[in-house]
Ligand binder design. Structure first.
Ligand code: C5P
Length: 403
């Protein structure tokens, strides 16, 4: 698949933060996707990483100075050639400068002069990040269309845990790719995404679950955010880090997931049910732990869980409903039946017997079927790329709905 970043000119602003070393990986990922990278470093950034590192990776001289005799018009020409400006890591200082129109070095001057989309990945100490002045600066920039990714919660350079850690390079590059492709496509819209498995309690120490990793649902949430949607992510237990920008709810059982989804349904424009909801749960609620001494044979009675998506399909209320189905045989017939019976707009079907599809892996092979019977077969690709195709389809559906 050709990346939206291919042959694009990406200005990469690197500012003074310990996360500056991660910019090396960003350059590598951008170049792998075919982008031309123009690194611009602030003076503070050069204390963390020597420009030669970025120069080597970008195969281009790093821009460091505003006033060099031979580079007189550089800030304007850079600003004009840019398809996007990414600032990663972005310090509190550069955010403050951008929010106030200050142009006192090459990076802030280019930022002020460019018409290209700007994506900022902040990285700083927790206290600096939560400082109300910084938050006001971020809000101000968001209002004029500047995009932010992260920061995330995690271990900071100080050794403390808090919010301020720069998002991972792969996440930043994915977001930039989506931004270039489809900026603000879902601005003002809110979607609910479910992800992961559910856990159905047997006793105090055991549960029934499935192999879902949550990767497909989290990729859908990430992609939705990058396209400007507000995302409510309702997730069963997974080991994944939810995107910082999502409104995140963790649930355990199908019943808990149902409750949360129903609560939020009224305020969303659509629901993407990527969760692998357990169809059954143990009938009895048991205290303590079932003992081995119950006998050689032990029967656990199960009761069917409510089908959340079917319930949403009955309500519908003009919202977009996307379902997922994992099958081992008769994929298309089964998917079409579910689409019809659950009153969906779109179903994403995958044959989990294929290598590189389904639970646990990073790739998927799916067919998208909409309510008009249009089929889109997608060969093996990353779950993020599948997520892109799903959102593209949702866009198409919304256009038809609101026409
Ligand atoms: O019928 P099946 O379980 O194969 O349908 C899968 C779709 O229905 C998925 O989108 C899944 O999230 C949703 N589902 C649900 N509630 C259930 C079971 C599945 O919403 N109890």
């Amino acid at each position: 698949m050709v990346s939206a970043l291919k042959d694009k000119n990406i200005l990469l602003g690197i500012t003074g933060s310990i996360a500056a070393y991660k910019a090396a990986e960003i350059i590598r990922l951008l170049r792998k996707r075919g982008a031309q990278v123009y690194p611009i470093m602030t003076r503070a950034a050069t204390y963390f990483v020597h420009p030669i590192t970025f120069q080597t990776l970008a195969s281009r001289r790093v821009v460091l100075e505003l006033f060099r005799q031979e580079d007189k018009i550089k800030h304007i020409s850079l600003a004009e050639l840019a398809d996007a400006l990414l600032i990663a890591p972005a310090s509190a200082n550069i955010i403050a400068k951008l929010a106030n129109g200050i142009a006192d070095d090459i990076l802030s001057t280019v930022a002020l002069a460019t018409k290209a989309p700007v994506l900022i990945a902040p990285a700083m100490n927790h206290q600096m990040y939560v400082n109300p002045i910084l938050q006001q600066n971020i809000d101000k920039l968001k209002r004029v269309g500047v995009k932010f990714i992260g920061p995330e919660k995690g271990q900071l350079a100080s050794g403390k845990v808090g919010i301020g850690r720069m998002s991972e390079p792969s996440r930043i590059v994915e977001c930039l790719e989506s931004l270039i492709q489809c900026r603000d496509e879902f601005k003002g819209k809110c979607f609910l995404v479910t992800a992961g498995p559910t856990r159905e309690r047997i006793d105090e120490v055991r549960f029934i679950s499935n192999y879902s990793s949550g990767k497909m649902g989290y990729a859908l949430a990430e992609e939705g955010i990058c396209r400007g949607a507000r995302i409510i992510l309702v997730s069963g237990p997974t080991s994944l880090v939810p995107p910082a920008e999502a409104e995140f709810y963790r649930v355990e059982s199908a019943e808990e997931m149902r409750k949360k989804v129903m609560e939020e349904f009224a305020r969303v424009d659509g629901v993407l049910m990527a969760a692998a909801v357990s169809d059954f749960r143990p009938e009895r609620k048991r205290e303590g732990k079932i003992k081995k001494s119950v006998g050689e044979r032990f029967t656990l009675e199960l009761r069917q869980n409510p089908d959340i998506l079917s319930e949403l399909g009955k309500r519908k209320e003009g919202k977009i409903l996307v379902g997922f189905c994992a099958e081992t045989e008769n994929l298309e017939e089964e998917a079409k039946r579910k689409l019809r019976e659950k009153n969906l707009d779109l179903i994403v079907a995958n044959d989990i017997t294929l290598e590189g599809a389904g639970f646990g892996v990073d790739t998927n092979i799916v067919v998208l079927i909409d309510r008009y019977g249009n089929l889109t077969h997608l060969s093996k690709r990353s779950k993020r790329e599948v997520a892109r195709a799903v959102w593209d389809k949702i866009k198409e559906i919304t256009k038809n709905l609101y026409r």
